[in-house]
Design a protein around this ligand. Structure first.
Ligand code: NAI
Ligand code: MG
Length: 366
């Protein structure tokens, strides 16, 4: 089967880090793993060219692709553009139209970078956890969502946390499935002590576990306690599955355990198509377009390259290739070749392109 990749580099450092991914794609092509790649515009770049944050042609290409690699969008240049066509709207449209309900955020602490963590080395060294966040439901989307003015002139704001059986079942399956390929443990985080959505969440995760994944270890943890445990002893976790709101917060906590924003990849997955067995997917670094360093060749491309690694693993099933890429990244970090954001104190930093080159060289040496 061919592997169809759509590259959407976007704005700011997006194109700079995407060029390094293209080097890795090129290396795999020379070594027997070919990709059919296309590229298109998104965000401010698409607005400048077409007056929209993503064109219908690019959306059609995204629907056709096996995986979309997304760089970053936005920047001060587009601060004044109309709301509906602001750069971020392109990403939101992709998430919505591709039905990307499962957001996967790994938090990995490379031994070589343990001192960059917000925590002590012994607490984070070798950390490898995966946060699975529900991305299309919950309180960010539930209706009613409004601010109402009351008779006495004061106001009342309402957000609605709402989850259905089907929404919880499908995110639970993603989490258990992932855990089976890792250390086989799922921690489900909610607030069933004070929220009805938490009660239903716990019931359904428990049932999916019993009926479909009995060999996996399941624990339920209250979301506030989960936040505490992430900082106290994060290595107790393997996969954490949680709703949209708690996932937003818990994944940002986990991010700080690992060092720089420039190191964090992510994946967003859609439903499995029963006809083809495949699923829509978009892979992107957690960071934004970093206008403060754009165009200077300073950006760390590892979050973007790691996102491609997740595509190898989760969209294409190329586990060996993904493992190789992970090892190449770890070796480059261990060798001390690092961009400024993660360089050891007093050590010389290299640029974006040197990291891509070093990873390619390391792949050949493995
Ligand atoms: P940001 O993630 O772009 O940058 C935050 C800080 O981290 C900056 O100091 C930046 O230089 C640094 N940084 C980020 N990525 C880095 C990398 N790969 N290597 C080295 N240093 C890195 O977030 P910020 O500054 O809040 O937003 C800048 C723009 O990006 C805004 O227009 C924002 O809307 C947009 N944005 C886009 C996202 C996306 O495309 N998914 C996500 C977050 C922000
Ligand atoms: Mg957040």
């Amino acid at each position: 089967a061919t592997h169809k990749l759509l590259l959407l580099p976007g704005d700011g450092i997006g194109p700079e880090v995407m060029r390094e991914v293209e080097k890795i794609v090129g290396w795999f092509a020379r070594n027997g793993v070919g990709f059919e790649t296309e590229a298109d515009l998104v965000g401010g770049a698409a607005y400048d060219a077409h007056g929209v944050s993503i064109s219908e042609a690019a959306m059609a290409r995204a629907q056709e692709a096996d995986a979309v690699l997304f760089g970053a969008v936005g920047g001060p240049k587009w601060d004044g553009v109309p709301y509906a066509v602001r750069p971020e709207a392109g990403l939101l449209r992709l998430r919505k139209d591709l039905g990307l309900f499962a957001n996967l955020r790994p938090a990995i602490c490379y031994p070589a970078l343990a001192d960059a963590s917000s925590l002590k080395r012994e607490v984070v060294e070798g950390l490898d956890i995966m946060i699975v966040r529900e991305l299309t439901g919950g309180v960010y989307f539930g209706e009613p969502k409004e601010i109402v003015t009351l008779e006495d002139g004061s106001q009342r704001a309402v957000d609605t946390q709402l989850y259905t059986t089907g929404e919880i079942e499908r995110i639970a399956r993603v989490a258990f499935d992932l855990a089976g390929k890792r250390r086989n443990k799922v921690s489900s985080a909610e607030k069933s002590n004070v929220m009805k959505t938490g009660v239903l969440w716990r019931q359904i995760v428990t049932r999916i576990h019993r009926e479909e994944f009995p060999a996996t270890q399941l624990e339920h943890v209250l979301a506030d306690n989960c936040a505490m445990q992430l900082v106290r002893n994060p290595k107790q976790f393997d996969v954490i599955v949680t709703d949209n709101l708690f996932g937003d917060i818990l994944s940002d906590i986990a991010a700080m355990l690992t060092g720089s924003l420039g190191m964090l990849p992510s994946a967003s997955l859609g439903a499995v198509d029963p006809k083809t067995g495949s699923r829509k997917a978009l892979y992107e670094p957690v960071h934004g377009s970093a206008p403060d360093i754009a165009g200077k060749g300073l950006a760390n491309p590892i979050a973007m390259i790691g996102s491609f690694g997740m595509a190898l693993r989760y969209s294409f099933g190329l586990i060996e290739a993904a493992d190789m890429l992970d090892r190449a990244i770890a070796n480059v970090l261990a060798s001390g070749t690092r961009t400024r954001d993660i360089a050891a104190p007093g050590a010389n930093a290299v640029g974006t392109q040197e990291i891509g080159d070093a990873i390619v060289k390391e792949l050949s040496a493995l």
